[in-house]
Design a protein around this ligand. Structure first.
Ligand code: TK8
Length: 338
């Protein structure tokens, strides 16, 4: 009796795994090499998630879809990779939403300050209808937007003095991401905003071409900005996402099975990356302290004053980006807030 059971079980297991193998081999997957570029160092949230994505893809495709990852903007900064994807000379990348706004202006909403309060709200909005509809808009421009990774809440660093109130930004030459909204917001706050690709930033800080920059603490740590920036100010002024992108030209040559696996691996990388980013934020703060950065948190009252100061440009960009879109975003955030 026991024996029969055991054999029956074995036979069932075999049948199931044969069926699975059959399904796998029936899938239309060709051996391919996918070049995936990103801007941060290999030892960063982006680097770890890129490797996770590559492993996941290899596993899901039985080794057929191979991904080679290129960190530190070695395939170029975000904006250059975007063009390479549109032209079909590079397959995939991850980059910020800010430079995407030059192709699909609506991505500029993520540079409007003080919208999100928590990463939970951001996840809900990005993975929901609004995030999805923004990704869809990319297709007409030659890009396929797959998933959002967390870049995160941005904070200020500079080499001049602690920023306690908005007035402390007066005259600070501050590197910002390259779009109109980011530029307008920081100029309104009193800074002298200088748009520049991320790949040029460390040198610009080191040579004092600019006095400061803003990025999540994970990036301030992994890019070693603490070596050239003594002051860190916790402002959490915007939450910016990264988008995992594929070249539409290339994507359209893939079989539906291949597209499905890549989407599946991208979702796995998203979940891995967000978890890693959140754990790494806590660790990064410790590391930045150890490296002697002088850290202050801007008070609620001062944040309220900063909000007031930028309100006219927020209104202006709300008109330009589309009042309906901004309202939808605010509604979604409110819903997520509960
Ligand atoms: C990395 C950039 C970076 C972003 C920036 O390529 O430009 O400041 O925050 O993460 O996308």
């Amino acid at each position: 009796m026991f024996k029969t059971c055991k054999y029956t079980l074995l036979a069932m297991t075999l049948a199931v795994s044969c069926a699975a193998a059959g399904a796998a081999s029936a899938q239309d997957i060709k051996p391919r090499l996918i070049r995936f570029g990103y801007g941060l160092n290999e030892d960063s949230v982006q680097g770890r998630a890129a490797r996770h994505l590559a492993q996941e893809l290899e596993k899901l495709s039985g080794g057929k879809l191979k991904m080679k990852t290129f960190g530190s903007a070695s395939l170029g900064p975000d904006e250059q990779m975007q063009s390479a994807l549109v032209g079909g000379v590079q397959e995939m990348m991850v980059g910020s939403t800010a430079p995407l706004a030059t192709m699909v202006k609506e991505f500029g909403v993520f540079d409007l300050p003080f919208l999100f309060n928590s990463d939970k709200e951001a996840d809900a909005v990005l993975d929901g209808q609004l995030g999805e509809s923004l990704l869809k808009k990319l297709e007409a421009k030659g890009l396929v937007g797959l998933v959002y990774w967390e870049n995160g809440f941005r904070n200020l660093t500079n080499s001049r003095h602690p920023v306690v109130k908005a007035e402390d930004l007066d005259g600070i030459k501050l590197r910002v991401m390259q779009n109109q909204v980011a530029l307008g917001v920081f100029n309104a706050l009193g800074a002298n905003a200088v748009p520049m690709p991320f790949s040029e930033l460390f040198t610009a800080l080191e040579t004092r071409t600019v006095d400061g920059q803003e990025n999540p603490v994970t990036t301030i740590q992994s890019s070693k900005f603490y070596e050239v920036q003594p002051y860190l100010t916790i402002t959490r002024h915007v939450y910016t996402p990264w988008v995992v992108l594929a070249s539409k030209k290339w994507w359209d040559t893939l079989s539906p099975d291949e597209q499905k696996l890549i989407r599946q691996a991208a979702v796995a990388s998203r979940d891995f990356e967000r978890k890693d980013s959140r754990a790494d934020s806590t660790k990064a703060m410790e590391t930045l302290k150890e490296h002697g950065m002088k850290i202050n948190v801007v008070s609620e009252e001062e944040i309220a004053r900063m909000r007031e100061k930028v309100q006219p440009v927020v209104d202006k960009y709300t008109q330009e980006l589309g009042p309906d879109l901004v309202k939808e975003l605010q509604d979604e955030i409110r819903k997520a807030r509960g």
